[in-house]
Design a protein around this ligand. Structure first.
Ligand SMILES: [Mg+2]
Length: 332
């Protein structure tokens, strides 16, 4: 059976989890299924996550640059550490390379080093291997979090406010501009959006501030898009959600680009991936405190909906009609 026939990436992950992965137990507090694993280590948790980027699946060198590719490959992992409430510490980098200019390889590593340094981490080791079919980068990121501050995605409760940081859909819109116009023209007409796609910022300090309130029930980072990621959070927590279309934070740059691309800004914000913003829930009465904490760490945050005691994730339009949220993009 092909992966696509099995039901795609999510079905494959379920199969691997059910047949081959360890259940939590002993020092393994949390295994497969969240943004990162949590392993008891003295008086705190070791946070472990890994992510692979493959040329022509996740990135194209003709609309990228080597430094930013390195930056992003580390940031997507640091974002998963942040999503648990953790602080990144050490990265291990495995890289598959065709016979390319050493300068390009050094630029990739400079991007990885700088992204690590910006968020308190360092590259501590890794592996290199030849690759016939383009560049492959795998980063394993370690981090740490206090036991009482770790936040998982399975803690959302009916009635919780759903909060996101900053604006949504910018990265996907930046990618659409890059694909349509190429690097130079895309940067000219939408530099903010292109930057959001090529040089994302993980919300480490914001996540630390949120978990520092002690009020955050569940949290994850937005890597695949709100509709897909909120679905995962709801499935883990055995709840549903309503999101209000007119509450979705959308940048003015996205509105302008959407008109140019003949795309729907709401759909871009609801299903566009790779923003690496935070998605979190807390009791509605605690939302002002959590939002204030996130703002003090340098980002905007707003309530976009609420957790409900029903299955499914719904987008409520401004006229009050609720529809299932549009599906996100899938690799398989
Ligand atoms: Mg994640």
């Amino acid at each position: 059976m092909l992966i696509s026939q099995l039901g795609g990436e999510a079905a494959l992950i379920n199969l691997i989890r059910d047949k081959y992965c360890a259940e939590p137990g002993d020092d393994l507090a949390l295994g497969i299924g969240d943004d990162a694993a949590l392993i008891l280590c003295g008086d705190h948790y070791l946070v472990v996550t890994t992510d692979m980027l493959v040329e022509n699946t996740h990135f194209r060198m003709d609309i990228n640059d080597a430094y930013l590719l390195g930056w992003k490959s580390v940031v997507v992992n640091i974002s998963d550490v942040a999503a648990m409430g953790g602080e990144p510490t050490y990265a291990f980098v495995s890289i598959g390379l065709p016979d390319i200019d050493v300068k390009i390889v050094e630029e990739i590593y400079a991007g990885m080093r700088d992204a690590s340094a910006a968020f308190g981490s360092v590259i501590a080791g890794g592996d290199t291997v030849g690759s016939e079919n383009g560049i492959v980068i795998n980063v394993t990121q370690l981090g740490k979090v206090e036991i009482d501050k770790a936040v998982r995605r399975d803690g959302a409760k009916p009635g919780d406010a759903i909060i996101v940081t900053n604006t949504l859909g910018d990265s996907r819109t930046g990618l659409e501009l890059l694909l349509k116009l190429g690097m130079d023209d895309a940067r000219r007409v939408g530099s903010f959006l292109v930057e959001r796609h090529l040089k994302p910022e993980p919300r480490v300090f914001e996540a630390r501030a949120a978990v520092g309130t002690g009020k955050t029930h569940s949290m994850m980072d937005l890597s695949d898009g709100l509709s897909s990621d909120l679905q995962k959070l709801c499935e883990a927590s055995k709840v549903g959600a309503k999101v209000y279309a007119d509450k979705l934070p959308i940048s003015k740059e996205l509105h302008i680009a959407a008109a140019r691309l003949d795309a729907d800004p709401i759909e871009l914000a609801a299903s566009g991936g790779e923003d690496y913003e935070l998605l979190l829930t807390c009791a509605p009465q605690d939302a002002p405190k959590v939002i204030k904490a996130i703002q003090s760490a340098g980002s905007k945050a707003q309530i976009i909906g609420e957790i409900i005691d029903l299955e499914g994730v719904y987008l409520v339009s401004s006229n009050g009609t609720a529809n299932p949220m549009p599906a996100s993009w899938s690799h398989f």
